[in-house]
Design a protein around this ligand. Sequence first.
Ligand code: AMP
Ligand code: MG
Length: 486
Amino acid sequence: MQSDFGFNLDNSYARLPEILFSFQNPTPVPAPEAVLINAKLAESLGLSPQALRSKAGTAILAGNENPPGALPLAQAYAGHQFGHFTMLGDGRAILIGEQITPAGERFDLQLKGSGRTPYSRGGDGKAQLGPMLREYIISEAMHGLRIPTTRSLAVVTTGERVQRESLLPGAVLTRTAASHLRVGTFQYAAGLRDEKVLKLLADYAIERHYPDLARESNRYLGLFRETIRAQASLIAQWMLVGFIHGVMNTDNMTISGETIDYGPCAFMDTFDPATVFSSIDHHGRYAYANQPKIAAWNLARFGETLLPLIDVDQEKARTLAEDELKNFSTEYNKYFLDGMGRKLGLAEPRKDDKVLAGDLLQLMYEHKADYTNTFLDLTFQRFDQSELCRSEAFLRWQRRWQERLNANQEPWEETQDRMKQSNPAVIPRNHRVEEVLRLAVQGGDYDPLGKLLQILAAPFAHSPEQAEFAAPPDPNAAPYRTFCGT
Ligand code: AMP
Ligand code: MG
């Protein structure tokens, strides 16, 4: 059995103090059916896509059977939700185990929507098909964009209906992650006021994500520093593709630096720093332009949890942590400028390129230009496509850009290649995503969804078939809104 599937599970999380989790089996479902299996991801994990697609495989992905070596559990965590501290935990997700891949890497396998846990509070522990398919699409699109993210291995329908605003088919998503350690996991551990548990958790995080720190004299300060760096890099990458997470609560921020929790997220079409999609984000706390600031706020909460481990002298610990946190904006700006430079074709951006990029963004804002497609217009020198590109102000900007490129003395082809690798031909456009979800959920037609996934898997291919997926929404369409999808 084991060799058929390729499961090679370890359960290192289950060896941590039991106060950090609860053993919990998934709740069986009546009639599981596999609707999406990520064959490439399965193979990279050492799992057989054929076996996963079989009846026995579907039973595992639905939570009706445990794979060999599984030790299912729900993780405890806390979190600041929209700034307010709450006790949470996996309310509808269950960690099945950690798959050790043929390359020796370790990935959490987690079922999402697989029934109630001790942390479910009032929730039913279930998920609807639409939001699980949406997480599959967006997380795989992020992976295609080379942005660190949890990934989606499979979606199975359960044969049940799940009540939210309406009664719709239920589903279970299998998510993989470098780990599910969150800032909120540390907030929970710190709240226990048991330094031994906190230390075990921190050592665990170091071993899993930043093993080189083990040799450092102050490895907990190192853990803070490395998480700051990973998040600064991640948020810069979000900003560079116009991704708006939508619910950057501390429980939705990983220690690994992977994007997690695809609820109300969406990609920006028209460039506007104040863009918010989430229907519950009334004050724009998690608006596009606020994301770096919120990340720093969340990291400050992470730093606070580590203080008892950083130094016995808490004043000293606080100063050390604050000094590390100051680096967030430096690191973030560096990653952002590097990425923005490449989007403009510059291999080694200079400090003053920030002004050049900032002026372009300002023009995009004033002319209500499409963020993704403006960079494509620059890449392919299509200066007649948009109102922005035809404007006088843009012509003046373009001259400055051209002069800057000339200073590099590089053949245009090389510059263009760099731009093609940094400016995606496609993003998961909201209207496209909604359309394929509707066809799949209401009509059972998964072909358009499959096609969209294929297009989004290689956004830097710039192939002719991608062109139709690049179109922005109808300018007269109602503003796009997202919901938490719980
Ligand atoms: P999220 O907004 O997805 O980060 O979820 C916040 C918290 O609510 C987490 O603890 C989730 O596990 C929990 N949760 C979300 N949906 C449900 C549900 N349907 N049943 C139980 N818990 C849920
Ligand atoms: Mg969450």
